[in-house]
Design a protein around this ligand. Structure first.
Ligand SMILES: *Cc1c(COP(=O)(O)O)cnc(C)c1O
Ligand code: SF4
Length: 371
C-alpha cells in the first residue's frame, strides 16, 4: 500500500471512507480509494497518457480532439483520488488549478474556433474549486458566443455530496445550459446523501448524466450494473457511458477483457429501460477517440433483407425498401435453399418467431416479392 501511495496520490473523504464495510479488496469502495500494491505492476502496453491528451492540447489545459467540442482541465485536485483514475499522470500529482493567464489563453482559443460548441470542464474535479473560482471559469467560457453547451465532469456528488450546496446549484443555474456528468460505479455509492445531491442538481434544472468505469472485482457484474443504472435513473441521472478501463499505468488490476463489457451490454438490453442503458465505449489509445462497442445484432445482410437478432436471440428478417429481386433465386440455390440464415437474408424463409416480432404487412410484401 505504501509503495502504491508513494507513486499515485491518495485522498479519501471521511464520508466516502464511511461507506467501506470491509477492510480489504472484497469491498468495492475500499478497492476504489485505498492504494493497492498491484498499482505498481507495469506491463509494457500501459502508459501514463494512453489517450494522448498532452499531444492534443491546443493550448496548455485545453484538449481539442473532436471538431465541435473541447476539454478544459480546470484543476488537478479531486476530493478523493480514484485508484482507477485515467488521468493518474495529473490528478493529485500536484494540486493546482488553471491560472488566470492560462484560462485567458484557452478562452482566446475558443473565441477563434467558433466550430467548438461544447466545452467540457473537467480535471481533476471542478467541484473542488470554490463556487466563486468555478464561476470565474464558467463565466469566461460562457462569454464565448459560439459555445452553446458547458459540461462539467465531477465525482464530488459521489465522494463529497455535501459539496452540492445551494450556492453551487444557484450559480450553475445562471449559466445554463450546463450539463453535469457524474461518476457512480457501484450501487453502494448511491447513499441517501448522494441521491439528495443528484436531486438538488436536477431540481436546479441541471441535466445529469453518469459515466461508469468498468472495474474488475468492483462492478464487472451485469445484475449489479443493472441495479446501479436503474437506481440512477430514479434520481434523474441518465447513464451515459460505460467505459472500458483505459490502458493507464497503475490500473492493470482493474482491467476486464472487452468481452466482459459486451456480455454486460447483452444482459442489459431487453431487461432495462432503454433510458437506463449507457453506451459501452473504449477510448482508443493515442487519441483515437471513443469507440462504441455493441454486441453483434446484425447476423447477415443482402440487398433485400437484413437479418437481425433481438435481445432474446430470435432471428428477425428486416425487409429493405422494396425493389425487384436481382439476387440468386431460391430455385437456383437448390432444394435446401429454404434452410439457414441465407434463406432469411433473401427473404425466402420467415421463421415462426419472426412473424410475431416484425411488422406483418412488410412481411407479406416481402414474401410476395420473392416466393
Ligand atoms: C470524451 C471526450 C470528449 C467528449 O466526448 P463525448 O462523446 O461528446 O462525450 C471530448 N473531448 C475529449 C478529448 C474526450 O476525451
Ligand atoms: S475524480 Fe476523476 S479525475 Fe479525480 S481521481 Fe477520480 S477519476 Fe481521476
Amino acid at each position: 500500500m505504501a509503495e502504491a501511495a508513494g507513486r499515485f496520490p491518495m485522498a479519501v473523504t471521511p464520508y466516502y471512507a464511511s461507506l467501506i464495510r470491509c477492510l480489504d479488496t472484497s469491498d468495492p469502495v475500499f478497492s476504489m480509494c485505498i492504494p493497492d500494491g498491484r498499482e505498481t505492476a507495469d506491463p509494457p502496453f500501459l502508459e501514463d497518457d494512453p489517450l494522448g491528451e498532452e499531444a492534443d492540447m491546443a493550448v496548455p489545459g485545453l484538449v481539442h480532439r473532436y471538431r465541435d467540442r473541447a476539454l478544459l482541465l480546470a484543476t488537478t485536485t479531486c476530493a478523493a483520488y480514484c485508484r482507477h483514475c485515467t488521468r493518474k499522470r495529473a490528478a493529485g500529482q500536484t494540486e493546482t488549478r488553471i491560472a488566470p493567464a492560462r484560462l485567458a489563453q484557452a478562452v482566446d482559443y475558443l473565441s477563434v474556433h467558433p466550430e467548438i460548441h461544447d466545452v467540457i470542464i473537467s480535471g481533476g474535479d471542478p467541484f473542488t474549486l470554490g463556487t466563486h473560482a468555478l464561476e470565474r471559469i464558467i463565466r469566461a467560457v460562457r462569454n464565448v458566443p459560439s459555445v452553446d453547451i458547458i459540461r462539467i465532469g465531477t465525482r464530488t456528488p459521489v465522494v463529497l455530496p455535501m459539496r452540492i450546496d445551494d450556492g453551487l446549484v444557484r450559480m450553475l443555474r445562471r449559466y445554463r445550459p450546463v450539463y453535469v456528468n457524474l461518476h457512480f460505479n457501484h450501487p453502494a455509492e448511491l447513499t441517501p446523501a448522494a441521491e439528495a445531491a443528484c436531486e438538488r442538481l436536477a431540481d436546479a434544472g441541471v441535466p445529469l448524466g453518469n459515466q461508469t468505469v468498468l472495474l474488475r472485482g468492483v462492478n464487472d457484474n451485469a445484475p449489479l450494473l443493472a441495479e446501479l443504472f436503474r437506481r440512477l435513473l430514479r434520481v434523474r441521472v441518465r447513464p451515459y457511458y460505460l467505459f472500458q478501463c483505459d490502458l493507464v499505468r497503475g490500473v492493470e488490476h482493474f482491467r476486464t477483457p472487452l468481452a466482459r463489457g459486451i456480455e454486460i451490454m447483452e444482459y442489459l438490453r431487453g431487461r432495462l429501460s432503454g433510458l437506463a442503458i449507457p453506451t459501452f465505449v473504449v477510448d482508443a489509445p493515442h487519441g483515437g477517440g471513443k469507440i462504441p462497442i455493441l454486441p453483434n445484432y446484425i447476423v447477415s445482410t443482402s440487398p433485400t433483407h437484413t437479418v437481425l437478432r433481438n435481445f432474446a436471440g430470435d432471428l428477425v428478417s428486416y425487409p429493405e425498401p422494396y425493389r425487384e429481386p436481382d439476387g440468386l433465386s431460391p430455385a437456383a440455390a437448390g432444394p435446401r435453399a429454404a434452410d439457414g440464415v441465407w434463406a432469411l437474408a433473401c427473404g425466402v424463409r420467415v421463421p415462426a418467431e419472426t412473424c410475431a416480432l416484425a411488422h406483418p404487412a412488410s412481411f407479406r410484401r416481402a414474401r410476395t416479392g420473392y416466393t
